[in-house]
Design a protein around this ligand. Structure first.
Ligand code: GZL
Length: 312
């Protein structure tokens, strides 16, 4: 009917010609770089003019960027919030300006009327999947785990820790003996792992590494090898993101498991935005993306090939 096609064209129209500001955290990890690439491609495909701002990991730069987007009068704002707190004021300013805000890949502690929706994975579940894999792998053998946490105060760091601890709670033979932030980067992940190795009898007392993202796991793998130990066999490696390089490590027997995080948060975000702009439909406050466990049994070489050109 004409109403229906008006509606459809309305939806399409709402996406075309929109200007959207995107406050991105930075490029701390391969996954983050892929999210940026995918978001830019999704915007292009939809005729959206994307204004991109890189915050170099600083919340104050994100807040500045959002204020700039409000001043420009953009149609909508995407934010990947580096930490979970401190957003209420700037989001209230966006609300007053009637500019919808969508959160990508991380949640915040703020009233949910301050944003249209949050497109994220279930980060507690990710930690649980990682922990469940280790529980199955070690059985009732004593296992000292080194935890490399994500950025302090970020929702993934808080939630992935929570989920992993839930998984190992009923297994007293598995303990998190040391836990420190590696800020989601390879460099810091390697540095922190070097200190853990020094503190744990040259690494001989370490059974496993749980890294909140693959980039820190890759750094830890380098540190383990430089200490003369075999990652993947002497020390098991489990992490999250499923970036291409973790599959290279798996194919070499140097990593054991990862939980996939799609870099395409923008697709669902732009769909929700187009509908909201077209007919005022309010999306759910949380649009959840899938999580999938990959291990060495999942043809890591083929998975690497399928992911290597996606912008990581
Ligand atoms: C999680 C996302 C995390 C990735 C890291 O949703 O915010 O940030 O797991 C990235 O690789 O740094």
């Amino acid at each position: 009917s004409s109403a229906a096609c008006l509606m459809l064209s309305g939806a399409a129209f709402a996406a075309d010609g929109m200007t959207v500001g995107f406050s991105q955290i930075g490029s701390e990890s391969g996954w983050r770089a892929a999210e940026t690439t995918v978001t830019q491609n999704q915007a292009k495909e939809r005729g959206i003019d994307l204004k991109f701002a890189d915050a170099q990991q600083k919340q104050e730069n994100q807040i500045k960027a959002v204020r700039g987007f409000i001043a420009q009068g953009v149609d909508a704002i995407l934010i990947a919030p580096v930490v979970a707190t401190g957003w209420d004021d700037v989001l209230a300013e966006a609300k007053d300006a009637e500019i919808p805000v969508i959160l990508l890949d991380r949640q915040i502690d703020a009233p949910d009327d301050l944003y249209l929706t949050a497109v994220t994975s279930d980060q507690v579940h990710e930690g649980k999947v990682a922990g469940d894999w280790l529980v199955k792998d070690v059985g009732d053998k004593p296992c000292k785990v080194m935890e490399l946490q994500g950025t302090t105060g970020s929702s993934p760091a808080i939630n992935r820790k929570k989920g992993f601890e839930e998984a190992i709670a009923g297994h007293s033979n598995i303990t998190i003996a040391r836990s420190q932030t590696g800020d989601f980067t390879r460099t810091k992940g390697k540095e922190v792992m070097e200190s853990f190795i020094k503190a744990e009898n040259g690494g001989k007392d370490i059974c496993a590494v749980y890294a909140h993202n693959d980039d820190m796991a890759v750094g830890a793998i380098q540190a383990i090898k430089e200490a003369g130990l075999k990652p993947g066999t002497d020390i098991k490696i489990v992490s999250i993101d499923a970036v291409p390089d973790i599959f290279l490590a798996m194919a070499a027997g140097e990593a054991n498991a990862t939980v996939e995080l799609t870099p395409n948060m923008a697709g669902p975000a732009f769909d929700a935005l187009a509908k909201f702009k077209a007919d005022g439909t309010l999306p759910p406050k949380w649009i959840q993306t899938e999580s999938k466990l990959y291990t060495q049994a999942d043809d890591p070489k083929a998975v690497y090939e399928s992911k290597k050109d996606l912008g990581y």
